[in-house]
Design a protein around this ligand. Structure first.
Ligand code: ADP
Ligand code: MG
Length: 315
């Protein structure tokens, strides 16, 4: 089996036109896609390296699913709709069973997010997966990191902690355990796009942890923030597994969440919350934006202390 038959068997077979925007997909020198009138293109690339972003013994389907889901999260954070992607694979060898599982996991994710695979590349070397994702958003409606304003309310789309808890259980529990669901099969919040376009001033997805990712927003927007300790939502699945005294740290630092953290202007909050309820979506208000350029945690006695940021960096 050479790379051409791999493409045909494992990747061309999963190509489709779910987005309705692909004119020419896998098989030519380049893909051709269309952009609907009045829309802009969002583009993002992520590389996953074996041993750094995933471990060799992880379920292959999960490696593939997660690879696409985390890219979808970047489009979701810009309030866009994910449409299609390309997939560059560097493989140490042609392992048919591995490729079969990878392609099945990738196809599951494509279906979940209603996306197309439009092309890619295959090379030989240490196992590396690079995905470039394209999404669309109405002109000028994308939400950036830089729009946070003083007194904006800060929201997150879901309870936090299951990502880090999953990581802490790697090597301890069987991979079939539900504990790994958040880590292996992230559920990016792309269905919040309309809401974000209407109400958010800035947004980011939580991949490194709420405090680390919120810090990026604060830096880009040149503002500070206060988070309310008693409002930080902790995932039910981990509440009784982790001592109460660690819940705050978990909510602040758990990465691999792929929830969104965004801000809404104070005067729009009432309408925003009504629409969240109307759409039966989940949102927690966890803090507010401040002029003072620091990130603080406020306890129930209204005392504040700085949040120390100790998230992962590559270098
Ligand atoms: P070229 O030499 O012109 O780059 P390739 O042989 O690399 O062509 O690719 C042939 C076709 O298969 C192209 O359309 C390319 O986008 C697609 N392709 C290659 N690798 C992948 C992959 N891993 N997943 C999806 N499509 C792929
Ligand atoms: Mg090529």
């Amino acid at each position: 089996m050479d790379e051409f038959s791999i493409i045909d068997v494992f990747f061309k077979s999963v190509s489709s036109n779910r987005s309705g925007l692909v004119k020419t997909g896998i098989g030519d020198d380049a893909a051709i896609t269309m952009l609907p009138n009045g829309y802009e293109l969002l583009v993002s690339t992520d590389t996953l390296v074996e041993g750094v972003h995933f471990l060799p013994d992880w379920p292959v389907k999960a490696i593939a699913y997660r690879a696409l889901a985390t890219n979808v999260s970047d489009i979701a954070a810009m309030a866009g709709r994910p449409c299609w992607c390309s997939l560059a694979l560097t493989l140490p060898e042609l392992d048919k069973i591995w490729l079969e599982e990878f392609s099945a996991g990738f196809c599951d994710a494509l279906k979940t997010f209603n996306m197309d695979l439009i092309g890619g590349d295959i090379t030989r070397g240490p196992l590396t997966i690079t995905i470039t994702i394209h999404g669309i958003v109405p002109v000028d409606k994308a939400i950036k990191r830089s729009g946070a304003k003083v007194d904006d309310a800060i929201f997150v789309t879901g309870a936090l902690g299951a990502g880090a808890y999953g990581v802490s259980q790697l090597g301890r529990l069987d991979y079939q355990s539900k504990v790994f669901d958040k880590l292996f099969f992230p559920a990016p919040k792309h269905h919040y796009a309309d809401l974000l376009q209407t109400y958010a001033t800035s947004a980011i997805d939580i991949s490194d942890g709420l405090s680390a990712d919120l810090s990026h927003i604060l830096k880009a927007s040149k503002v500070g923030a206060i988070l309310y300790q008693d409002k930080l939502p902790v995932a039910e699945a981990v509440m009784d597994k982790v001592p109460d005294s660690e819940h705050t740290d978990l909510a602040l630092n758990s990465g691999d969440e792929y929830e969104l953290c965004f801000r809404v202007r104070g005067e729009k909050k009432v309408n925003f919350i009504a629409e969240v309820e109307n759409k039966k979506l989940c949102c927690y208000e966890v803090g507010k934006v401040t002029q003072d350029i620091q990130l603080l945690l406020m306890n129930t006695n209204h005392q504040t202390k700085p949040i120390v940021n100790n998230s992962f960096t590559h270098f």
